[in-house]
Write a protein that binds this ligand. Structure first.
Ligand SMILES: CCCCCCCCCCCC(=O)SCCNC(=O)CCNC(=O)[C@H](O)C(C)(C)COP(=O)(O)OP(=O)(O)OC[C@H]1O[C@@H](n2cnc3c(N)ncnc32)[C@H](O)[C@@H]1OP(=O)(O)O
Length: 142
C-alpha cells in the first residue's frame, strides 16, 4: 500500500494515504478493508521502535464516518504498552485534504495487538516471498 510515514515525537508515527479510486468500496467511498490495511501498516510501523519483527494478532476498527475517494487521510499510530511479547497499539484517522476535510474530526479509530516474533516466523515462507524463490524485497510489503 502506497503510504508515506514520518516518525514524530512521543513515539507517534504519522502515515498519509491518498484515497485513490482503486480503493473504492461502496460508490464514492473507501473500502473498509483498505482502511483496515492502512491501520495495520501504520500500527505495525509504530512497532518498529522496538527493533524486533512483529505480526498482527488482533485488529479492531471503528468506522465512524464515510471517507470519500479523492481525500487524503492522516493516520496517527502509537504503542500504548507492552506485556511480554504483546504490543498494544492504537491509531486514529482524519481527513486532512480534499472532500470532507476536517482535521478536527476523527473518521475512524483502531486498536491492535501485535506480537513480536523471531526470524523463524518468516523463514518458514521464505521460498514464497513475492511468489519467487529469492526475492529482493525481504518479508515486508511496505
Ligand atoms: C522491515 C519493515 C517492516 C515494516 C513494518 C510494516 C508493518 C506491517 C504490518 C503488517 C503486519 C501483518 O499484517 S502480519 C500478517 C497478519 N498476521 C499474521 O499472519 C499472524 C498469524 N498468527 C500467528 O502467527 C500467531 O497466532 C501469533 C504469532 C500472532 C501468535 O502465536 P504465538 O507466537 O504462538 O503466540 P502465543 O503463545 O499463542 O501467544 C502469545 C501471547 O499473545 C496472546 N495472543 C496471541 N494471539 C492473540 C489474539 N489474536 N488476541 C489476543 N491475544 C492473543 C496470547 O494469549 C499470549 O498471551 P500471554 O500468555 O503472553 O498473556
Amino acid at each position: 500500500m502506497a503510504m508515506q510515514f514520518t516518525f514524530g515525537e512521543g513515539l507517534e508515527v504519522t502515515g498519509m494515504l491518498d484515497v485513490a479510486n482503486r480503493y473504492q468500496g461502496g460508490p464514492g467511498f473507501i473500502h473498509g478493508g483498505i482502511l483496515t490495511t492502512a491501520f495495520d501498516e501504520a500500527q505495525g510501523m509504530a512497532c518498529m521502535v522496538l527493533r524486533r519483527p512483529v505480526v498482527t494478532g488482533h485488529l479492531q476498527i471503528d468506522f465512524a464516518a464515510p471517507i470519500p475517494l479523492g481525500s487524503v487521510l492522516e493516520l496517527r499510530a502509537r504503542i500504548d504498552g507492552t506485556v511480554r511479547r504483546k504490543v498494544y497499539t492504537s491509531a486514529e484517522a482524519r481527513i486532512v485534504e480534499g472532500p470532507f476535510a476536517d482535521p478536527d474530526v476523527v473518521v475512524a479509530t483502531s486498536r491492535g495487538l501485535f506480537l513480536t516474533v523471531g526470524a523463524e516466523h518468516f523463514d518458514r515462507a521464505k521460498d514464497f516471498v513475492d511468489g519467487v524463490p529469492v526475492s529482493p524485497h525481504g518479508t515486508s510489503s511496505v
